[in-house]
Design a protein around this ligand. Sequence first.
Ligand code: UD1
Ligand code: MG
Length: 466
Amino acid sequence: MSFPVDVVVMAAGKGTRMKSQRPKVLHRLGGRALAQHVIDCAARLSARSVVVITGHGAEQVEAGLQAPATTALRFVRQEPQLGTGHAVQQAAPVLPDDGVTLVLSGDVPLTRPETLQALLDLCGGSRLALLTLDMPDPTGYGRIVRSADASVQAIVEHKDASEAQRAITEIYSGIMAVPTQLLRGWLARLDNRNVQGEYYLTDVVKFAVADGLGVAAHRISDAVQVAGVNSPVQLAELERAYQRRVADTLMEEGTRLADPARLDVRGELVCGQDVEIDVNCVFEGRVHLGNGVRIGANCVVANAVIEAGAVIHPFSHIDGEKLGVKVGPGALVGPFARLRPGADLGAEVHIGNFVEVKNSTLAAGAKANHLAYLGDATVGERVNYGAGSITANYDGANKHRTVIEADVHVGSNCVLVAPVTIGAGGTVGGGSTITKDTAPGALSVARGKQVGIANWQRPQKKKQAP
Ligand code: UD1
Ligand code: MG
């Protein structure tokens, strides 16, 4: 491609049918705002710039979208909203004349970059190119009117169309590529003399034909690529379509999914070789699964790196948020485990059911298998951390660290009151509340001594007076 591409994203409309306080283009699909999908797609086309036209909820929309790394992002406001042609008129002053303008809609998230590239190739930097689609029920859409020799003559909006025109099943998708210099001239000629009293962008077709310039159409059959979101039902339908795409891509790369219809990726999931994912798992943010990782059913995994051969058993919740979570090679986690930000598990670590780990490092071979809490702790190699034990890391004002050195055995139901260090190779007796550092190799017990009273008579229930 030898011409620069500037993308205009129309996003000023209200989205009444969403019945939501949130502007329509900020509703999420696969964890990303609808319009963000469109912007990211533009970036994949190596567009020079993206101009988003905002109106309803403009401030929220402008704050809710991010510029891709390599493409400039600008916002232009359209107040009031007088139609799609009026929308693009607002962007015209910031579009350089040497490029092609690609018009997209902020509520159409699943157009493939390859499709847009084909449209740009058809435009070739010199003529108007429309993305069109055959639809069994074209009600509501602009119809592509062709002449006897099949060349495109006009787009006629449904409300303005005659009966004969309404029978046409080829519709305009809302996406066009047009040399910017030509567009500028045509935008100046728009009027609103139509049934809706709007400035129609689609009238540029008429002008191109009148100027003796050919209009090209790239006709596709995959309706999902041009489907817009107008209601929660349509949003849910496109969410499933998106998730299926993600699942298919993962499977093409070798990931084994128990059921591609029961996977949700709301971010970026990267899988090594021989990864297996059971049903109903949700992945959020950035997740990396190493070779041979297995994820059991009903896990939520967010912002985490799971290294080769680790197994996450069912119903585990892992969320690294900003700090991240790391699960080392061959580690076993769950079922019903919770790994929070800053959990960093070494090789072969075992974290069992109802164990919570937060901001703690566990060295290779450490185990906490049942009902335990490790927060702000540094745990050495091969430590065995007993059922029901906790690090009391918070004194009500500040967090403190617990250090458990290598080969320590912490019995069941212990409280380690931080800051505290358990010396290497030491043993903590079950039920102990440890408030002072312990010596390496020592047995430390801090609990009431056992007392035995022989032939103890339990209290008897008093007889009620009649
Ligand atoms: C438009 C096309 C129609 C096409 C259809 C595909 C026109 C006149 N008609 O229909 O041929 O079949 O898309 O979906 O272009 N918007 C603004 N400002 C406005 C009006 C709209 O930013 O003043 C935005 C909307 O937020 C939306 C997009 O433009 O993202 C399309 O608007 P919408 O009203 O859905 O399209 P139609 O005019 O019905
Ligand atoms: Mg409209």
